[in-house]
Structure formats: C-alpha cells, structure tokens
Design a protein. Structure first.
Length: 142
C-alpha cells in the first residue's frame, strides 16, 4: 500500500481481504492509503516476516493505528543494484537520475513488488514440480 501525502513510505503486509484491510488502515493512518499490488501467496505470513526482517532498517513507526509496524521507506537496494548492473553489463547508457530512480521512487517500493512476484513465481514452480512428479510416478508405475 502507498500513502498520500506520505509518498516516501509503503506498507508491506498480509491479509485475506485486501479492500477491507486497506479501508481499515486508511481509517487509522494519517493520509490517503491505496493498494499498489495485491498477490495471493502460499505461506503469506512467512513471506511477510521474511521481508520485514530483511528490510528492518527501513521500517518506520511515524503513527499509531492498524498496520503501523508494516511501513517502510521506499528505498530499493536490490532492484536499484540490478538496474545499475544491467546498465554496466549491457551499456544501456542510463543517466544518474535514471539509475537513482531504480533505488528510490515515490509511491512504489520496487523491492516489495519484486519479493511479491518472486514468491508468486516460486509458488507456480512448486505446483509444476508436484504435477511433473505425479506424472513421473504415473509413467513409471509397474
């Protein structure tokens, strides 16, 4: 979730009902809260805890209310470093301003989105592995 006018922080949390959670957070948090991305994940609580621990130095507590411990400064070291490496490796000739945009963007926390998509893809890979294992077992039955 993102917050206006506090556009330099994003909320990273789990819920079963995104619309109700956004409304609840918006009612107890200063500013207007909007959902940036919502993804259905297996082991959502564990994913949330992983991200919270990994980015604990970016975690802020400016206000009280629902979800107050899940707000993070919008700084993306992983996606920024990846963009910087791709620029170096493939000679994309990005300007310093464009490279800085990979690290620090208002309203969107790129690393948060990266982790959501990563774990979503991991879920799909797991499902495919199970399907192929079942097919393998069926093909090799005697």
């Amino acid at each position: 979730m993102t917050n206006f006018p506090f556009f330099m922080v994003n909320k990273f949390g789990i819920t079963d009902k995104t619309t109700a959670r956004r409304r609840n957070v918006s009612e107890t948090t200063p500013g207007l809260v909007q959902t940036v991305l919502s993804v259905n994940l297996a082991f959502g609580y564990d994913v949330e805890q992983f991200v919270h621990r990994l980015y604990r130095f970016q975690n802020i507590h400016f206000w009280t209310g629902s979800g107050r411990t899940e707000w993070f400064v919008v700084f993306s070291p992983i996606t920024g470093a990846a963009l910087w490496y791709l620029d170096y490796r493939f000679g994309l000739h990005l300007t310093n301003k464009q490279l800085a945009f990979g690290f620090f963007t208002p309203f969107v926390w790129w690393d948060g989105i990266l982790w959501l998509l990563f774990f979503r893809i991991l879920k799909l890979i797991f499902i495919l592995c199970v399907v192929f294992f079942v097919l393998f077992c069926i093909a090799h039955m005697e």
